[in-house]
Every structure is written in C-alpha cells, then in structure tokens.
Ligand binder design. Structure first.
Ligand SMILES: Nc1ncnc2c1ncn2[C@@H]1O[C@H](COP(=O)(O)OP(=O)(O)OP(=O)(O)O)[C@@H](O)[C@H]1O
Ligand SMILES: [Mg+2]
Length: 233
C-alpha cells in the first residue's frame, strides 16, 4: 500500500532522514519508535508533503505521491493527525468535524459521517456545541482522530496519540486504534510507548539518527537492544 524507498528528507538544508525504506501493507498497524529527534515525525511529514524531500520515492497504491498536494493525498485516502492533539479551540466540536470533511462536495455525506462518529464516540456528541478548547486532553485527541476519519482514510497516520495522557486514556486510545484496524484502516503510528507500540503493531521500525536501526514483528520485543534502551529492562 505505502512504499518508501531510500528517502532522504528534512527541512531547508537540514537532512534529517538519511535513506529510509519502509513498507505499510494493507490493513496493517506499523509503528515508528525511537528517541526524540530521531526523525519519526519527519517520516510522517514527508509522506504528507510537508517536509523537504531531497531524494527517494514514496509510492501509495503504486502511484508516486512525492509531489502531491495535501488535498490530493487526502483524496487518495491518506489522513494525518499531527503531534500535539491540534484542534481548533475556538470552533465547536461539530465545526472541527465539519472541517475534516471540507474536501467533500457532498455535505449530506459529511453529515452522515459526523453522525457515525457520534455513534462511535458519544462523548463528542454530548459536547458537540461546546468549543473544542474546553475538552480534556484525551477528548481532544479523540476529536483530532475523529476529524481525520471524516474523509474515510485507507491509511491513517498518527503522531504520538498517547503522549501526555493518563494510562487509562492511553489504553482507550490504543483500543480505538486496534478497532480502526479491524474496520480495515491501515495505520502508521509514531509512538513513545515502545512496549505498547510493539504489542499492537504488525511491524515496528526503530529509528535512530534518521536511519532505521532495527525492524521487525512482535518478536522484536525480545531484542536485547529494545529491551535495554527502550523498555528499561
Ligand atoms: N520544521 C522544522 N524545521 C527545522 N528542523 C526541524 C523541523 N522539524 C523538526 N526539525 C528537526 O528535525 C529533527 C527530527 O525531528 P522530528 O520531529 O522528526 O523528530 P522525532 O523523532 O519526531 O522526535 P520527538 O520524539 O521529539 O517528536 C530534529 O533535529 C528537529 O530539530
Ligand atoms: Mg515527533
């Protein structure tokens, strides 16, 4: 579904990613773990066209998407939830969701999808007319994810969805992510919680200094380096 080949990318003349190869298959959860500054977010930004790609290729469903615009990527079926639970605080919950459907001409369809979200997450329905800044951190993350779901993505990219949330809310977010996979959505997730990321993922990439240091399935959890550095064992 998504195939990245020898990607070099960064910001202006700073090269952050130094030759990344990565694959996300249909209906997989793939996670990116690694230390701060390793370039995890830059991978998502490169796919979404908001980092400076120096060389390499990104294919999505066999199409080259390296030079695609945001609206084209969304209509190809890619959605992106950036780091930091960014929602429009001075818009209502419902207006935030409507924004997620801004590229769809059929407003009735957007309406139906918002209703689907309300069924799935009643807390958003209950507070639909409240301004988004009044939401708790967990609710805001839920809104940010929901907004990205309005375009019915095939591939959802999530950057640190659990960061700064309580263990209980983190658990809920991970369970939502697993449910999305069951609905047939592929997920590429950047996650600080290495243990949890590996547990829910079909494949995990460990990124260090802009390169992939290690990749593997769930058994990567038994890797010595992962255990020592990332699981604190
Ligand atoms: N917009 C930007 N302009 C210039 N440099 C940037 C920009 N965004 C990130 N960087 C730099 O790129 C490098 C990789 O950043 P990136 O955000 O991809 O790391 P990360 O692995 O997501 O880290 P974290 O876990 O802290 O989110 C860092 O050195 C960072 O300072
Ligand atoms: Mg990051």
């Amino acid at each position: 579904m998504l195939k990245i080949k020898n990607l070099h990318s960064g910001y202006e003349n700073l090269e952050v990613l130094k030759g990344i190869d990565l694959i996300v298959k249909d209906k997989e959860i793939v996670s990116l773990i690694g230390p701060n500054g390793a370039g995890k977010s830059t991978i998502l930004k490169s796919i979404f066209g908001i980092a400076n790609i120096l060389s390499g290729e990104i294919h999505y469903n066999n199409k080259k998407i390296r030079k695609s615009k945001t609206h084209e990527l969304i209509s190809h079926g890619i959605s992106y939830v950036p780091q930091g639970r960014i929602v429009f605080g001075d818009l209502t919950i419902e207006e935030n969701l409507e924004f997620g459907g801004r590229l769809l001409r059929d407003k009735k369809l957007v309406r139906n999808r918002i209703e689907e979200i309300y069924l799935k997450f009643p807390i958003l329905k209950k507070r639909k007319n409240k301004l988004a800044y009044t939401l708790s951190g967990g609710e805001r993350q839920l809104l940010a994810i929901s907004r990205a779901l309005i375009s019915k993505p095939e591939l959802l990219m999530l950057d640190e969805p659990s960061l700064g949330l309580s263990p209980k809310i983190q658990k809920q977010i991970f369970s939502i992510i697993q449910d999305l996979k069951k609905e047939g959505i592929s997920i590429l997730i950047v996650e600080q919680n290495a243990k949890k990321a590996i547990e829910i993922s079909d494949k995990t990439y460990l990124l260090e200094n802009g390169s992939i240091a290690l990749e593997g399935g769930k058994d990567i959890i038994r890797n010595k380096k992962i255990k020592k550095v990332y699981l604190g064992e």
